[in-house]
Design a protein around this ligand. Sequence first.
Ligand code: NAP
Length: 503
Amino acid sequence: MTYTPHGRHLIAGDWLSSAASFTSDPATGPAQIFGAAGADLVESACRAAETAFESYGQTPVAIRAAFLEAIAEEIEARAEAITEIGTRETGLPVARLQGERGRTTGQLRLFAEHIRAGGHLDLRHDPALPDRAPLPRPDLRLIQRPIGPVAVFGASNFPLAFSTAGGDTAAALAAGCPVVVKGHPAHPGTGEIMAEAIHAAVLRCGLPGGTFSFLQGPGADLGASLVCHPAIRAVGFTGSLAAGRALFDLCAARPEPIPFFGELGAINPMFLLPAAISARGAAIASGWAGSLTMGVGQFCTNPGLVVIRADQAEAFTAAARKALSEIAPQTMLTAPMAAAFRAGCDRVALTPGVTEALRIPCADRQAAPALFRVSAGDWQTHPGLSHEVFGPMGLIVEAETEAEMVQIAQTLAGQLTATLHLEDADLPLARRLLPVLERKAGRVLVNGFPTGVEVADAMVHGGPYPASTNFGATSVGTLSIRRFLRPVCYQNLPEGLLPEDLR
Ligand code: NAP
């Protein structure tokens, strides 16, 4: 089954054309023409979202849960077509797109279940104490309420699970917030068919058209006018630090600033402790190679940095090099990303003190694993080595002492994840590292690899800046819904006036 995109934008329930257009750049097959939205369509979509919020924001959870489930069903009804156009546009393999679709529909259903159970509401009740002296206490009820229309930026590296119908959209809709998506121009047809699925669910559930709008177009202007629109109350974003920071600054500079929930990437350090390396260094090296090259390294949780004791580095590098050199070059999501990966590797290779352990020449949209080594001293002297290189590149940092390992942990910027590989004999060192790492990362792992982020109640996918701008929040898991809610206290409201979820 194939899907032929029409290239229009979904605004308030209607598919509209625009005068401007752009041409897609699929990994395989012919390019296609898509409309490029301007400020007029941003205005229409945001105004429609604001109007829809008046009713959608008041819907009881049962209606929103049924809507999320309807989206999952509509995605499944288009399953083959989504995989076909998704693989064509992104170059990702069929199995990856199928798995990502399951993750996307599973996420929608998990959120439906979560809000049905009221898990997001954080209900609190302090009953009135009329006889309290010296002053009586009023009746106080706290509930989380939706914040209003949310802008979501589709992510290039997860065309389904972090894009049009991905985590940010599902969380905002679950909270009761209408959504305006800016699709990612790297997979415009995939974005469009996912928008078709959400549109069908909106119609099935009898919701206002402005509950979900979908705009496409390349360039910074569209995203900038979206986050600056006064109707938008929050933004969900996954992408580069540069773009994320620019949008974050725009959100902060608005007359009425709004929260920008940006997930901006990380190098996800792994600390390989001495007894673990002695016991199973080769197995860790081979597991690392798998994690580092999964999805051509285009994961925000890609473990790009390994910290190891210098006397164990030689054997570990050899094992990692062997495992990585067996992995064939793969197609990256876009040609600019492949070029940026090669430029990033060149930058690392040319940094003083860095030794190349593996580099396989690649051209066009292809990328092959790359591996480098550096001493802890040189790593600390050259801060550029701690910048993310998006793709399958690993850097091994060699620490002379345990104290130097702790020092590296202390100098790290904010991360999405930090990993310890350890045996029992490593616990004293792990106890020194853990208090440092928990200040640096949103998720701390032991004896595992950070790629493969579980969508669950206890997941945290966020971390101190620059990993994310999600202070106290996560962009994966049911807690992500909380980003689009705010607490409201109702004092002495009669039962009939309370929101339905509170009665
Ligand atoms: P991006 O450049 O950050 O773009 C993400 C979205 O933001 C796109 O829709 C883009 O629109 C828009 N945008 C970019 N700059 C903007 C600006 N100044 N103002 C308003 N909107 C703006 O990410 P990408 O295109 O996905 O990939 C580029 C690089 O980002 C990658 O090579 C990688 O280094 C990094 N990245 C990291 C992660 C991660 O999870 N760590 C994920 C994805 C990408 P246009 O494309 O139309 O300009």
